[in-house]
Design a protein around this ligand. Structure first.
Ligand code: DAH
Length: 385
């Protein structure tokens, strides 16, 4: 684009105000014209037009104003300022133009070089990028979740940094309850001023999402909860302080222990194959009553006994039980605090819950002997999946 050209303003009077207005107009024209300058050639043209010794608009025009002015000293001083501002603007413009010119020359040269040396050989094979696959833990967690999703369960997730209330208290682990010792964890520092139930910690299980979901939604509820959990556990071949769980919760009218057994038996068959059997043993969790541990017949040896099932024919996989009425009571109390209607009256509803460790299942399924391999990022390990 060629720069538009501006002429100098006519001096309309010889007063100080007239003079100031005229000088302003000069600077204004100069900067508008400068705005359109794009190439070194245009810059040179611009320089001669405004800053040329004899014919330059600054010198010629502005100096003639001074001649007309009443107060020549004042006019002279103002003229000096105008000239300085004009020169400043010109030097900024010069460096901008030089920079862009250099860049476009460089770019032009590179393109020309490439074309000249024909460095692109279209007959060479392309660069192959290896395509990643799901991590075995992600896959196991997704497959477990999918089994329940197919049964009509919705997938829910919750925060890993939890309050003591959701992680323990509402799940019927009162303060100082010995069951808390089985789930020691990292707590956020400096919270002594808060009541215990509001203090933050890294969640030790996915069960707090049961509470969050029931506080937010009235029954019926069928949810499956995949997620990461944290415990103060030493790392060894089968333990890691960070691991994953898949949790489930079903609440409705007339839910019984048979529903729990039927659901888990179906889910284990869907996941490990239709020939696996399940069996239930009494256990203890504060948030379920009664509680059970579930074993499946070894999917590798069909129950005859092998290395994977430590020659017992059975593998323990998950915990479960009927939701403890104390949990429903804690949920309703929180719903009332939140301005909601209580909705978990144990005369009308009941429910079951279950939880399982993803690493444990993935280790068994893929025959992994050391849990640390899942987190090692070692491609020799990961490439096998
Ligand atoms: N939250 C338990 C744990 O981390 C696992 C569990 C057991 C979850 C029984 C449940 C359940 O929902 O009913 O050890």
């Amino acid at each position: 684009m060629t720069p538009a050209t501006y002429t100098l303003p006519e001096l309309t009077g010889a007063s100080d105000a007239d003079l100031a207005r005229a000088f302003d107009a000069i600077l204004h024209s100069l900067s508008r014209e400068a705005h359109d300058v794009e190439t070194p050639e245009q810059l040179e043209h611009f320089r001669v037009r405004w800053f040329g010794d004899k014919a330059g608009l600054i010198n010629k025009g502005a100096a003639s104003f001074v001649r007309l002015a009443h107060d020549k000293r004042l006019a002279g001083n103002t003229f000096k300022q105008v000239k300085e501002s004009a020169e400043q603007l010109y030097s900024e413009l010069t460096s901008t133009i030089q920079r862009t010119d250099l860049l476009s020359k460089k770019l032009g040269a590179t393109l020309a070089d490439d074309r000249a040396s024909a460095s692109i050989d279209l007959t060479l094979p392309g660069t192959r990028r290896s395509i990643g696959v799901e991590h075995p833990l992600t896959r196991t967690m997704r497959e477990m979740t999918a089994v329940f999703a197919a049964l009509g369960y919705s997938v829910r997730v919750g925060p890993e940094v939890e309050t003591d209330f959701y992680n323990f208290e509402a799940l019927n682990f009162p303060p100082n309850h010995p069951a808390r010792d089985t789930q020691d964890t990292l707590v956020v520092a400096g919270q002594e001023a808060k009541p215990l139930r509001e203090r933050l910690l890294m969640r030790t299980h996915t069960s707090p999402v049961q509470i969050r979901s029931m506080v937010a939604n009235a029954p019926p509820l069928r949810i499956v909860i995949p997620g990461k959990v944290h415990r103060n556990d030493e790392s060894d071949a089968t333990h890691s302080p960070i691991f994953h769980q898949v949790e489930g919760l079903c609440v409705d009218t007339d839910i019984t222990f048979s529903d729990l057994k039927g659901t888990l038996d179906y889910a284990m068959k869907a996941f490990f194959g239709s020939s696996v059997k399940t069996r239930f043993f009494p256990s203890y969790f504060p948030f379920t009553e009664p509680s059970a541990d579930v074993q499946i017949s070894c999917p590798f040896c069909g129950g005859k006994g092998c290395r994977k099932c430590k020659h017992s024919g059975w593998i323990e996989l998950l915990g479960c039980g009927m939701v403890n009425p104390a949990v429903f009571a804690a949920v309703d109390a929180r719903r009332i605090e939140n301005g909601l209607e209580p909705a978990y009256d144990t005369k009308k509803i009941s429910g079951f819950a279950f939880g399982m460790g993803v690493e444990r299942i993935a280790m068994m399924k893929y025959g992994v002997g050391d849990i640390g391999q899942f987190y090692s990022g070692d491609l020799r390990f990961l490439n096998q999946f």
